[in-house]
Ligand binder design. Sequence first.
Ligand SMILES: Nc1ncnc2c1ncn2[C@@H]1O[C@H](COP(=O)(O)OP(=O)(O)O)[C@@H](O)[C@H]1O
Ligand SMILES: [Mg+2]
Length: 507
Amino acid sequence: MPPDPSDWFTTARHTVQGATLGPRAEQRGRVEEIGDGVALVSGLRDVRLDEVLRFEGGQFGFARVLDPDLIGCVFIDAGTQVEAGDAVFDTGEVVSVPVGEALLGRIVDPLGRPLDGKGVIETKERWPIERPAPSIIERDLVTEPVQTGMVVMDTLFALGRGQRELIVGDHSTGKTTLAIDAMIAQAHSDMICVYVAVGQKTSSVRRAIDALQTHGNFERCIVMVAGSASAPGLQWIAPYAGATMAEYFRDKGQHALLVIDDLSKHAATHREIALLTRQSPGREAYPGDVFYIHARLLERAAKLSKARGGGSLTALPIAETDAGNLSAYIPTNLISITDGQIVLNADLFHQGQKPAVDVGLSVSRVGGKTQAPMLRDAAGTLRLDYAQFLELEVFTRFGGMPEGRVREQLKRGERIRAILRQPQNAPLRLADEVALLLAVQTGLLDPLPLDAVAAFRAGLPSVLDRDAAKALSAIAETGKLEDEARDAVMAAITRLAASLGVKDPAT
Ligand SMILES: Nc1ncnc2c1ncn2[C@@H]1O[C@H](COP(=O)(O)OP(=O)(O)O)[C@@H](O)[C@H]1O
Ligand SMILES: [Mg+2]
């Protein structure tokens, strides 16, 4: 509906009446040099880091490098029209973005401007993109789980609210898919999801958004896109802007999940800007502060104390490796900043083991404590059995058919590997995962042919809904598996296994 003109006049009159007219001191500088997406500016004193500068032609940029004689300014939008000799003015403001509920369900650029053609986003507040991380006193222990809906994550590498977990792997190993699936699983939780795409191909971003819109609850998501074709300045601010939008919910006592896809591209943009503004290059030609820019970003993920409202911000940054090289500069930096990493392995991916999580190299340092008791009980034996199986498998690859116990162990291990496999866009509920683990541990899946395990998993949710509804709600409530619920679940999954070709052991 168009705004009422008389309303407009009233507000406009108020604005004019409230304005103090008079001279305002404004500093004026000069563009000395123009680079690709950056300008070197002289003659501006008293400019702060991240302060917005306005160019004569109306373009904007922000100060990234403050040298005594020259300021390195990064254009926020494509700055092709700016020329050397142009005048520059400081604005006294730092880069800020709109925050609030109005952003939910929207696709925006790093300045919060809509990209989805659904009209203006009206928010009451704007917050700076750089905000200090909560202090130690303001934080609390990570105690609540994030249910990611992925069996391999929830059982072996559980995620807690307020945790920072890196997803790292080669190109096209399912990193984005893993993060998007974790967001889709929040469709039935109270978590707000923010997905920030930095330097990603349009097709990849499109796929992520489509998956969220068809399988997730898009009305509780914010998607921020700074594609590979966007100005370097926009790509640079995107992770911080996304963190600010997510922090709005954290600080209100709600829970948010922030996915940054990916920080390798962000580091490359940072390097590009640093080289253009003549900062000295260090290892792999990155400037010395590349660790710091990511550390201060991820430090903003936190579980807040009761006094601060008890909200949380969980971060899932993504990093890309070359040929599985985890010891490159950016991946090692990020591994040491975060509370653990999910390593995706290209070989596993090509063997069809998706999600291609490398169980040996991945780790989650704080999430285990938040796991539902049932999953925690199961996880310990599962990890051991699986590790033993992987070793045995290598041994027996060259020998003949193993006998007896070894054969049983191999059989069980193959079933474990099969349940860790999961199609995309199909997160499971906690109860489904519990039932799946129960099926493996009680040996229910052992007589099943391997390819029937996928059918078993696919059929699980509806069978539980139908035959064990009471047990489901008990599990969801307590995270424990009481005897009664266990019997109901066992009966349901035994029937399901029987329908897939396994005879009920009781008959
Ligand atoms: N669990 C999965 N099951 C089936 N296909 C998957 C799975 N995970 C990823 N894929 C497919 O693998 C391809 C690469 O995934 P993507 O998440 O884009 O990788 P990355 O972000 O690491 O480059 C996509 O086509 C995606 O559909
Ligand atoms: Mg990706």
